[in-house]
Design a protein. Structure first.
Length: 222
């Protein structure tokens, strides 16, 4: 089972509610953190992690949520997002996402428990040629490319066991949200989200982490 040493870095949680603020506003952006149930590192399984992000970026989800940035860590999800429909609340919109992804988790959990086999990051990968590496690095630095998790060497990955997938629930019941108040706040939150895997020691550069990205609404002005 994982120990506290597997997750040594604190998370940024701000859940103070603003009196009189319209939490259904389509212009508001939020920094959102959703923990896995009991902080189990279930997203340490690459196949489940890919399914969760595919659900996040699918058209049906993006019809409801304005996604600006995200990072899926082994035991929690960070989002910079807002609602697209004024009639929809943040809580209700995220609830639909959590419900759908829980079904994906049940399917993957059954596969893991029956096979006693997990999909984990590789401990070593083949090196690219110098010219190919330069081209890829240039694309990554500008966030124009995303690496496949199977092709990446990720360090300090938490210990994940089939027993972690015996629980019925995928997500914690509640989530933490922080309203983005100004441009400075926005910049700090984006940096926090994309640098989280670097702080954990998984990768040396934020662009190398395969479960970090930006949604189609990221280029819109705030």
């Amino acid at each position: 089972m994982p120990t506290l040493s597997d997750f040594p870095y604190p998370r940024r949680y701000n859940s103070l509610r603003l009196l009189g603020f319209d939490y259904g506003s389509t212009s508001a952006l939020y920094f959102i953190t959703i923990d896995a149930d009991s902080s189990r590192p279930v997203f340490g399984d690459i196949n489940l992690a890919k399914s969760i992000l595919a659900a996040l970026l699918k058209n049906k989800t993006q019809e409801r949520i304005r996604i600006h940035a995200y990072t899926l860590m082994p035991d929690h999800l960070h989002l910079l997002a807002g609602v697209k429909e004024s009639r929809k609340t943040l809580s209700g919109t995220l609830g639909a996402f959590k419900s759908f992804t829980t079904q994906l988790y049940w399917k993957r959990a059954r596969e893991i428990v029956e096979s006693v086999c997990l999909a984990l990051p590789r401990e070593s990968v083949d090196r690219l040629g110098r010219q190919e590496a330069r081209q890829l690095l240039a694309a990554l630095i500008e966030w124009k490319a995303v690496l496949r998790p199977e092709s990446m060497e990720i360090n300090n990955w938490p210990r994940v066991h089939p027993e972690h997938f015996l629980g019925k629930h995928l997500w914690h019941n509640s989530f933490h949200d922080h309203i983005i108040r100004n441009d400075t706040d926005l910049k700090e939150i984006i940096e926090y989200i994309v640098l989280n895997p670097v702080r954990r020691g998984y990768v040396s550069k934020a662009q190398y982490y395969p479960f970090t990205g930006f949604g189609p609404d990221a280029m819109e002005g705030y």
